[in-house]
Each structure stands twice: as C-alpha cells, then as structure tokens.
Design a protein around this ligand. Sequence first.
Ligand code: GLC
Length: 462
Amino acid sequence: MKSIKYLLAGCLLSAAFVQHAEAQQVQGFVHQQSKATDYVWPTDQQVLDKLDKWQDQKFGVLFHWGLYSVPGIVESWSICSEDVDWIRRREDLSYEDYKKWYFGLKDELNPTDFDPTQWADVMQDAGIKYMIFTTKHHDGFCMYDSKYTDFSIANGAFRNDPRKDVARHVFDAFRQKGFMIGCYFSKPDWHCPWYWHEHFATPNRRENYKRDRHPDWWKNYQTFTQNQLEELTSNYGSFDILWLDGGWVTGDDVNLDGILAKARQRHPGLISVDRSIRGKNENYQTPERGIPETQLDYPWESCITLSHDWGWVPNAPYKPAEKVISTLAEIVAKGGCYLLGVGPTPQGRIEQPVVERLHKVGQWLKANGEAIYNTRITPVYHDGKTWFTANKNGKTLYAIYTIEEGEQLPATITWKGNLPKGKMTLLQNGKRVSYKTNGDEVTVSVPAGLRTESLAFRFQAQ
Ligand code: GLC
C-alpha cells in the first residue's frame, strides 16, 4: 500500500513537469528535468556553436544495449533493491543470488550477428541525425574494452570476436554516415566494489556506505570513474555529446570540470549533459519519457522509448510511426530535440518491427523534413494538434497538422494565429493548397487523394 502511495505521489509530481507521459508499466521517472531557471548558458563559443548545430538535428536515437538485453528485462534496475513496481526481478532467487545470476549474464551476451552498419542504415533511413550509445549503464557492464575492469563485453562470451570492443564499432559506423555522436555513461556503477562495497548490503541506487566514514573507498570510486571517462574520451574517436546518466552522483563528485577541460581539447565544443545536475555542465536538459508542457527557449531534449523499455524486450509494444511523427512535431515546435530509445537485440541487430516503423517515419521526413530540421521556434507554436515551426530567419513558417494511427484526414484544417501571406504549399506533394482567412483564423482545404499522414504546410508569415 505504502509503495503504491509513493508511486502515486511520484506520478503526480512527474505530471507537473511533463505532459502526456506514457504509462509507466515498466519504469518510473528516474530523472526529472531541471527547472527552467536553472539553465546556465555556456560561455565557451565552441560549445555554443555545437549546441546550435545539435539543435538543427532534431531527431536522435539512444541505444541501450547490455547484459539486460539477454533476458530482455528492464535495463540494470533489477539489481537495485528499491521496492517499487517497475523494478522487478526473478522471484525464485534471493536478492544476492539474483545479482550473481545477473552479473553472470556476462558469459551469455554473445552478439554473433552484431552489425552496427545495419543499425546506422536503419537510423539513417529513419531520418535520425544523431546517436547516443550506452558505453556503461548503471550495472557497470562496459560495452567497450575498458582497461580498468574485466567486467566488459570484451572479456565475456564475445571476447574472441575481433569486434569485441563493440562501442568503437558502433561509433565508427555512425560517424561514417555523418551522424553527431554521443557517449552515454552512467556515473553510478553497481558493479564497482568502491561504489557498492561488499562489506555492506546494497539497499538502494546510491553508494552503500558513508563517504566521510570511508573516504578511501570513495576516492577509489572517483579515480576509477575518472579513468574510465578519460579512456573513453581519449581512445574512441571524436564525440559531440557526453551524456552522463545517474544524477544521484553529481559531476562534481567525479571531477567533471577537470574531465571536460581535457576532453574539450580533443573534442572542441563537446556538449556536456550532466543530467539533472543544474549548472554549467548540463548544456542541455533532458526531460525523460515525456514532453515539457510549454515551449522552452534554451536547449533541451526529450528522451522517449519506442516501446516501454529502453533496452530490447521480447514482443515489445512499439509505438506506431504516426505517434513518433506527432511527438517529433510537438517537441520541435516547443524547441527541443527528440531522442528515441531503441534497444538492439541480444544478437546485435535492430529488429524488424523497429525497422518497419522507422522506415515509415523516414518516408515522412523525406517529404516533410523541411518543417522539422534546422527550424527554430516561433511565438505562436500550436493550436490544438497543429504545431508550428519557423525557418531560422523566422519568416517562413510551417504548420504541421498531426494525426494518430487510424485517424483520417479532415476536409479542412483550421488554426488561429500565424496568418499566411501569399501562397501556401503542402510538403507531401509540393503543391499549392487553397486557404481562407477570417480574422485571425486560417482554414486550409485539404485536397483529395493524399497519403493519410500528418500534413505539413509552408507559408510566409504576415
Ligand atoms: C534513467 C534511467 C536509465 C535510463 C535513462 C535513459 O536515467 O536510470 O536506466 O538509461 O533514464 O534516459
């Protein structure tokens, strides 16, 4: 009962920050967005330039791939002993035995079909422009060949494969296609003995001892984490984004200032995303599994799963392409980027249902991408389900009328505000459409014979 109460309180709290958040069958909200007033604009011009470039991309993918992909369960969290509905684990094992079983998945993760080029092809076909990959999630299992631990894919069942340093191959495949590249790294590490020390039980997500009573343990954890961040930012080619998860450990805890100072010499303008840690190292904010209620004029990104889970799970209930498109339109009109969560299979591929949905999204973007990419926000940004974006000089406006799966196109579309001047073009077919105005209201006639999908219109602002 108590846990339901907490869950309810948590959900209500979350609702204050995000609108239409999806049902939380699997995971609760782990990270809230920092508050608007907490955003600190970077002072480094190269970071500002990169942020600007990143804001043009609009659509990214966040891959979660790790031990949890083998049984197809919630990423990492099942080894965290917090009593909430969305953290589930096998009931036939005690907690300690469960952790052993989970860590033992290291000897089962053997992605013999690993094909990062297929991942990149699928994402390119979807119109996705940037990528973020989990080099290490909270469970501490490294998806790269770390010098500082054996707990990695390079030392597990995949160790004899020439591609055992998988992160390197993933990043390279996407770089080759011109994507912006992001490195996901969890600061908390539930495998590191200096974070979860074996001397104590592990009652929650935090380190399981008092830092001031065991400063040496904490120091070891800090050194370990800094070393790993250093090796990732030194040996894995150029990154655009360092996406640091697990905000219950702060960047200051692991000397993020120092890491960034060095890293930015190798990766000029590197965007630092110290999630939910307000201040100068959170170069953009990351509302999770939902969309901010209103337009925001500083950099942000909504990370939202394509199914309910971040990682691959069997028979996942994927969202339809229509939902992805309407979400993208809403996020972009509010000034954000959309980071779509996709989990590669334990064998190392993007599965067919994802390929099909994303292909449909990509087809839509081929015709309508002009209303999305490289756009900026405009003051009147929506009326009902019509979302507005503007080109960078603010003179050309786009209206995106969004529909959901199974919905038909109406005969006319009406919105208030954003009155057009001169001709209006439908991006789906590049043809002119007719409209009428009445006061501050515009009514567009929808021609017959169109593909049933969200419609984007281009016009000049009055
Ligand atoms: C949360 C979760 C984590 C997930 C991330 C993705 O921070 O802790 O499991 O990777 O959200 O946004």
